[in-house]
Write a protein of this length. Structure first.
Length: 318
């Protein structure tokens, strides 16, 4: 047991477990658990550690498999994560980290092993939608995987489980910032004309005029647009996962903003509202207007729109 974690029998014949949660000055924060037997009290104490994200050094040994350690680390630190973050971690661990590093002992994972992993992911790491996006993962995704691995090894090094964090020394791919695509007036007219033919004129026009992200566009409800104030208020973002829609507040304070709308755009949106019977500004047309659009579909939709305009390049977000 770590210092400050004590199990003893009190004068009433009940086993008492004591855990120091946090040391602050002269008076540490302490929580206690009780049990009729030593084993019961010990189980309660383990549960208290998990609840407060405290990892016991006794469960770690340098030769343990990386997969076993990560499962323990994930269980003990889950209380500090939002649901969307936890889901992202699970996808990264299941699809990219465990297949490559799960069978390695922790002390055998070196900088070279991690760099080879990143190179392989860039070249041939994508499992789904290869026809649309190519065989390799994006630089941004590989860097996200790297951040997760660094966080795992940080948990080891901070508690003196390993001597040093090799992940921080690994070379990660650099961003290759592509030039932003700027459409000419003729190009915009072509795009908007093709959008009108496909019935998504208001959606594309609103996106071009506001520069909002996919999730923010799909999360828009009519109450977010103030026609009198001539503005749109952005407070939520939408994501689609496991065949379910999740409407969540935007993560950063800077993302919670207001955008002033031009009189021409307001006039078009007023006319568009008269034809809508949904609370969503841009609902899914295949579900009777009761459900929002899937943000991922906007990427595919915009690519098809550009292709119909004569192989123009660009993406919905840029």
């Amino acid at each position: 047991m770590e210092e400050g974690n004590v199990i003893k029998l009190d004068k009433n014949g009940v086993w008492k477990g004591r855990l120091v949660i946090k040391k602050t000055g002269y008076k540490p924060i302490v929580k206690c658990v009780y049990g009729l037997t030593y084993e019961e009290c010990e189980q309660h104490l383990i549960g208290l550690k998990i609840e407060n994200c405290i990892i016991d050094k006794a469960i770690f040994f340098p030769n343990m498999l990386f997969r076993d350690w990560v499962e323990i680390w994930y269980m003990y630190t889950a209380c500090n994560r939002r649901n969307v973050t936890a889901t992202g971690y699970e996808i990264i661990l299941r699809n990219y980290i465990f297949p490559a590093l799960g069978s390695y002992p922790i002390n055998k994972i070196t900088t070279g092993v991690l760099e080879r992993l990143y190179a392989n992911l860039l070249k041939n790491g994508r499992e789904r939608l290869r026809e649309l996006y190519g065989a390799g993962l994006t630089v941004n995704m590989v860097r996200t995987i790297h951040r997760v691995i660094v966080a795992i090894f940080n948990a080891d090094s901070e508690r003196s489980f390993i001597e040093k964090n090799h992940a921080t020394k690994a070379k990660i791919p650099r961003y290759h910032t592509a030039a932003k695509k700027i459409y000419s007036q003729e190009g915009l007219k072509t795009i908007l004309g093709a959008a009108k033919e496909r019935g998504i004129y208001e959606l594309i026009l609103f996106s071009l005029c506001t520069g909002m992200e996919r999730g923010e566009i799909c999360a828009l409800r009519w109450k977010d647009i103030s026609f009198n104030g001539r503005k749109v208020v952005i407070t939520h973002s939408l994501r689609y996962e496991h065949q379910e829609y999740y409407l969540e507040p935007v993560r950063k304070t800077s993302q919670r903003r207001q955008i002033i709308l031009s009189p021409q755009l307001l006039s078009i949106m007023k006319s568009y509202k008269k034809t809508s019977n949904s609370n969503w500004v841009f609902p899914c047309v295949y579900k009777g207007g009761n459900k929002p659009r899937n943000p991922d579909i906007l990427t595919v939709l915009f690519k098809k729109l550009l292709k119909s305009c004569g192989e123009m390049e660009g993406s919905f977000q840029s």
